[in-house]
Design a protein around this ligand. Sequence first.
Ligand SMILES: Nc1ncnc2c1ncn2[C@@H]1O[C@H](COP(=O)(O)OP(=O)(O)OP(=O)(O)O)[C@@H](O)[C@H]1O
Length: 251
Amino acid sequence: MLEISGVTRQFAGVHALSGVDMTIGKGGITGVIGPNGAGKTTLFNCISGILPISSGEIRFMGERIDGLRSDQISGRGLVRTFQLARGFPRLTVLENLLLYGADQPGEGLLQALVRSRASIRREEELIEKALTIAGRLKLAHVLDNKASDLSGGQKKLLEIGRALMRDPDMLLLDEPMAGVNPSLVREIGDRLISIAEAGITIVLIEHQMDLIARLCQHVIVMADGKRMIEGTFDFVAGNIEVQNAYMGTRR
Ligand SMILES: Nc1ncnc2c1ncn2[C@@H]1O[C@H](COP(=O)(O)OP(=O)(O)OP(=O)(O)O)[C@@H](O)[C@H]1O
């Protein structure tokens, strides 16, 4: 589904990615792990069009996506979330979800003045979709709350909900459990499992190894801007090079 070949990215002399080769197939949850500074977030930024790559190729569903804008990439079904939740803190949960629905109606002046039957129907469909997603993420009871009033865990779920509003085929999640109360971590993990079971392929950057072990069928380890090794969690965790890469840098 996602093919990354020879991808490099430099920042003024820093080689954040120095030739990443990676393939991610359809289905399940793949974990991307590695010590701090390994290049994981930079890789997500390059895949999702936030940052241009310096060289190499990225293909999604067989087509080149490097060079496309981030909205074009998410429009093709490859959607990512950020370590720090984005969105609009003063808007409600429902409004935040609706804003991320693809092709929102009512934005043009004419549409605002003359609400066509089609635009009303489209709006109703979007609301229906937002309600379904909120239900799946157990956010239905806080739909009218401001996003800023949510707990850390609920903010993370809203971030995932906004991504789901784009109808992704693949979701890139950058540390969806960071800063989440441990009692909610299992809950979010369960939601991710159900999203994957619904057919959305998930790629997850995460530092909490117990979560990676529980959620991921496949784990890719990055170190020094490259893919180091991949396999099941037990396989990579038992690898001496992986253990050395983590020595002194794991948080
Ligand atoms: N905007 C930037 N400008 C300069 N250097 C950067 C920038 N973004 C990342 N880097 C550098 O690129 C390297 C990879 O960073 P990146 O954040 O991708 O690693 P990471 O694996 O996501 O780390 P962490 O687990 O700490 O989030 C690091 O050396 C980092 O300092």
